[in-house]
Ligand binder design. Structure first.
Ligand code: GLU
Length: 485
């Protein structure tokens, strides 16, 4: 393991974090923590129109929700700041000037019309359209003429030719020929740097040792290696994480459902489950284990175990992890997570009812798949005016009058039971079924419907014990009244 890695996440401030970037953040975080290194957050906010403080805050929120704390960043500072790309103009400019000075880059005075015409001609010839570098062969007279006409030049990097490659931490040695890479723009007409230029200047000046990001950036990495070379800088180590695809092996799109952290959170997924799910989008432990906490991953994760094969995004897997994590929590933790969802869903859980909430939640723990299930699932525990729908009773072997009479007997027994405990309730109700000569199910279902208002609930005796004697009595009475009305 490398010690003291300096790694970074470099998100554009979009207001939320996409699953692909969250995975990148997670894996960088793990590498930083396990190597005793530094996890840096650099906000790539050069697209000024789309950037604002609120959107940046959305990134912080998402990372904090996942517990991926960063060591350097816009809000915490650090020795390599500033950590917003928009504030690093001078750093970028210096690199651009150096490239211009050494003729590795040039001002391109071709016009948009000329480049469009070139493209069309290439397409007409059946070629892949690519900028030919014609700006390099303009004469000084032509340039002067264009300057006079107000053409604002972009700065392009002259890619040249010859092998360009790097050792990818996941994919092994990768190589292409520089002649395959068109002369790309590194600075706009207004002097600001474009992505490849800014990222190289920033990664270099921030002493980043490992750049770990999605494989959708591999083609950029070749360009970046060329820039490092032209600047005489040592490139960092690169590793690319496998592409994220949907189950049909296509690029993820909106049609594949939620992919943003904020959406997962709102839908009642646990950050633990999201972390567990994300690490398997590329990594595997090499054995059957599938449950990993963030701390465990700090010990276990390695780039060597990241697969080259595309990672398939399957939300059912996330659901699976969510269920497993929900059942793995101790009651205090589960209650702490569930309470905000209960309240947001309208359950009136006040301070005095925390214990009651927790006891009720314990009965539901097996059945919850998302925290958003909580308000509906637990509604009957908190509904003071629960009005059971007696039509849910099927009256197959016993009619309404018989059922009403049985519920009246239950009421009396509930009132008199010395101790309202699970065991006592069970003994009482089984004894009654026997005395009446009813199948237990025929007796228990109307009781269940009376006290909970639904047919599917946690086990009846436990549920009644948690509801308590008073709630059960009121509800049994109401059900009976409706049956005899
Ligand atoms: N802003 C880029 C992105 O979010 C950063 C890519 C990189 O890590 O260099 O994709």
């Amino acid at each position: 393991m490398t010690s003291g890695m300096r790694v970074r996440m470099a998100p554009s401030p979009t207001g939320d974090i996409h699953i692909g970037n969250a995975r990148t953040a997670l894996m960088n975080y793990l590498l930083a923590r396990q190597s005793g290194g530094t996890f840096i957050l650099r906000v790539e906010d050069t697209d000024r129109e789309r950037s604002d403080a609120q959107k940046e805050a959305g990134i912080y929120d998402g990372l904090r929700w996942l517990s991926l704390d960063w060591d350097e960043g816009p809000n915490v500072g650090g020795p390599y700041g500033p950590y917003r790309q928009s504030e690093r103009h001078d750093v970028h400019r210096e690199a651009i000037e150096a490239l211009l000075a050494s003729d590795a880059a040039y001002y391109d005075y071709t016009t948009a019309e000329e480049r469009a015409a070139e493209r069309e001609a290439q397409i007409a010839r059946g070629q892949t359209p690519r900028y030919s570098g014609s700006g390099r062969s303009l004469t000084s007279a032509q340039i002067a003429e264009r300057q006079a006409a107000g053409v604002v030049p972009a700065v392009r990097f002259a890619s040249g030719s010859g092998a360009v490659g790097f050792e990818d931490g996941v994919f092994g040695p990768l190589e292409t020929d520089a002649s395959e890479i068109e002369d790309f723009v590194i600075a706009r007409g207004d002097g600001t740097a474009l992505y490849n230029m800014a990222v190289v200047a920033d990664d270099h000046s921030m002493a980043i040792t490992h750049v770990v990001r999605g494989a959708d950036h591999t083609s950029n990495t070749f360009r970046q290696v060329l820039l490092y070379r032209a600047l005489g800088w040592e490139p960092p180590n690169f590793a690319h994480l496998p592409l994220l695809l949907n189950k049909r092996r296509q690029k993820l799109s909106k049609r594949d459902g939620s992919q943003w952290l904020g959406e997962y959170r709102a839908q009642g997924y646990l950050p633990e489950a999201v972390v567990n799910f994300m690490v398997f989008l590329g990594w595997s432990p090499g054995d059957e284990r599938e449950l990993f906490s963030l701390d465990e991953l700090v010990d276990e994760f390695s780039l060597e175990r990241v697969n080259r094969a595309d990672a398939v995004y399957d939300v059912q897997r996330l659901d699976h992890f969510n269920g497993v994590w929900l059942r793995r929590f101790d009651m205090d933790t589960l209650a702490e997570r569930a309470l905000p969802f209960a309240r947001a869903g309208g359950l009136p859980v006040d301070e005095t009812q925390q214990d009651y909430f927790q006891q009720a939640l314990a009965l539901e723990q097996e059945r919850i798949s998302h925290l958003t299930d909580v308000p509906d699932m637990m509604g009957f525990f908190f509904d003071k005016d629960l009005d059971p729908d007696v039509e849910l009773i099927r009256f197959r072997r016993h009619d309404r009058a018989e059922t009403a009479a049985a519920l009246k007997t239950v009421e009396g027994l509930v009132r008199e039971l010395p101790e309202f405990s699970i065991g006592a309730i069970e003994t009482m109700l089984r004894g009654l079924a026997e005395r009446l000569g009813w199948k237990t199910g025929d007796l228990f279902m109307p009781i269940r419907i009376a006290v909970t208002g639904r047919r599917a609930t946690p086990p009846l005796f436990e549920t009644m014990a948690v509801l308590g004697r008073e709630r059960c009595l009121v509800r049994l009475q109401r059900a009976r009244a409706k049956l005899t009305a």
